[in-house]
Design a protein around this ligand. Structure first.
Ligand code: GLU
Length: 512
């Protein structure tokens, strides 16, 4: 355990949704803080006005809470270092930009967008790397004063020293060095009075006493600028850990065009938080053993920021499905059933509908409703009925939404073509005869002993009498499920109950 006051933060921009890669960053930051008795902070970086989206902040709060990554301080929970939303801290950034002007570490720049664009085009034409040419660096003091007085639009830029090597030790990447000649005189304060990311992130990480900055690798080239700012302000640097990017299987950067990237899309499909955490933990780290199944408590013991890999981590949906299947099988059946209920209502199989939206039900479950109705028939059903259906389907599904779909056969009359009832080359008479025998013998089973064991005990000897037992078992399963592949006929019959089982057999006989 590190012997300092350790504070990490997750600092997303509320531009729409919580990105799956963001959740991985948050997880690593959380684990590192919590395994060292430290604090984990949420800060919203909303200084790019053009990219703000209504409701995006709430989606970040909900996603983190769903995953169990509870933050000690943040916009909606408060804390001693707030406000935790950058747009509420504008004065601070302005004061700090002014301080750098006083210290001659920054300067006013009055160049218009057109001037900058022209400069860029000319540099590109001359095959030079586009860079601010510093034409405002040495404006005379009286000219600056009068232009400011006239409210001429301007920005504040930082002075980057020439030809200096900036070095730091990244926890993940080891020694990293940049030459300042590669850097532009970065804008710190924009003409609308908003700070750029670079100024805001440094001011906030310092004032919020962040000891370790964990973020993805795309921010690595920004770090030398941040180091200079720490120096200019006379502040102690934090430690940095630049995490590997998440990649599509084709090694491209994960993006919306290639699949789901929003955490809420995975919640809607019915991925369990436990599975998601387990999966994300391994995108950039592994324990170096065979152990693949981890709860968050176990991660707190074994995770190590120092062992995070440098190479990009491939987001493999099959692996996520595998984890989800595993965690669904492990889950207490009552809890799993509760978790499935929003999906059953969403697919129109059962009532009640929740008064809040499906998304909220899926995120917030477990719920308190205890009475249910089959939507199609308005028949009252018990929690136990739903539970039996879920128990049968959980083996084959890789998410809750799939369970929600595959249990349909328990809640709606199956629709199927009569050809489905035929076993191999059995004749219509043989199939019809089988179903009639089934109708008769099932009818004789008393309601209270209508179990899969009993059904098997009564039906198997009859099926054995036929040239092939498929002649009886296949049409039974087809009649009950209406599907080519489904759980076994005895299990389905038990879950449906005697009455429905007989009804479905009758319907099948009528079809033939
Ligand atoms: N606001 C930045 C982002 O959305 C945060 C980068 C950082 O953590 O410094 O990724």
């Amino acid at each position: 355990m590190l012997n300092i006051k350790l504070r990490t933060r997750f600092a997303p921009s509320p531009t729409g949704y919580l990105h799956i890669g963001g959740l991985r960053t948050a997880l690593y930051s959380y684990l590192f803080a919590k395994q060292n008795n430290g604090q984990f902070i949420l800060r919203l970086e909303d200084t790019d006005l053009k990219r703000q989206v209504e409701g995006a902040a709430e989606r970040i709060y909900e996603g983190l809470k769903w995953a169990g990554l509870n933050y000690d301080e943040g916009p909606d929970v408060g804390g001693d270092f707030g406000p935790y939303i950058q747009s509420k801290r504008l004065k601070l950034y302005k004061n700090h930009a002014d301080e750098l002007i006083q210290k001659d570490r920054a300067y006013y720049c009055f160049c218009t967008d057109e001037t900058l664009e022209k400069m860029r085009e000319e540099q590109i034409a001359k095959k030079q790397a586009p860079k601010y040419d510093r034409r405002c660096l040495n404006l005379p003091a009286d000219e600056i004063e009068s232009r400011l007085k006239n409210n001429e639009p301007h920005v504040i830029r930082m002075k980057i020293p020439a030809n200096r090597i900036i070095e730091f030790n990244d926890i993940v990447r080891g020694k990293v060095a940049y030459n300042t000649n590669e850097l532009d005189d970065q804008v710190l304060l924009k003409s609308d009075g908003y700070p750029t990311y670079h100024l805001a992130v440094v001011v906030d990480d310092h004032l919020m006493q962040i000891s370790h900055v964990t973020r993805t690798e795309e921010w690595l080239p920004s770090t030398p600028k941040h180091i200079l700012l720490y120096e200019y302000f006379g502040w102690e640097r934090p430690h940095w850990a630049h995490l590997p990017l998440l990649l599509n299987p084709d090694k491209s950067k994960m993006s919306k065009r290639k699949g789901d990237v929003a955490v809420e899309d995975y919640i809607k499909k019915g991925y369990l938080a436990e599975a998601m955490i387990n999966f994300l933990a391994f995108l950039g780290w592994n324990p170096g053993t065979e152990k693949e199944i981890y709860s968050i408590e176990e991660l707190l013991k074994d995770f190590s920021l120092e062992k995070v890999h440098k190479a990009g981590a491939i987001f493999n949906i099959e692996k996520l499905n595998w984890y989800n299947q595993y965690h669904m099988r492990q889950m207490d059946l009552d809890k799993l059933t509760e978790a499935c209920i929003p999906y059953l209502t969403e697919k129109g199989l059962i009532f009640p509908k929740f008064d809040h939206s499906f998304e909220i039900a899926a995120i917030k479950g477990p719920f308190t409703v205890k009475e249910f109705e089959i939507n199609q028939t308005k028949e009252k059903i018990s929690f136990d009925f739903i539970k039996k259906a879920v128990a049968l389907e959980r083996e084959r599904a890789s998410n809750l939404s799939q369970i929600g779909e595959s249990v349909r056969l328990f809640f709606e009359e199956p629709e199927y073509d009569k050809d489905l009832l035929f076993w191999k080359d059995a004749s219509k008479e043989e199939i019809k005869n089988s179903l009639k025998i089934l109708e008769k013998i099932i009818n004789e089973i008393p309601e209270k002993s209508f179990t899969k064991e009993k059904l098997q005990e009564i039906i198997m000897p009859e099926a054995q009498k036929l040239p092939n037992r498929g002649i009886m078992l296949w049409p039974l399963r087809a009649a009950l499920s209406g599907q080519k592949a489904s759980p076994g006929p005895f299990e389905i019959a038990e879950a449906l109950g005697k009455e429905k089982t007989l009804e479905r057999i009758k319907k099948a006989i009528e079809k033939l």
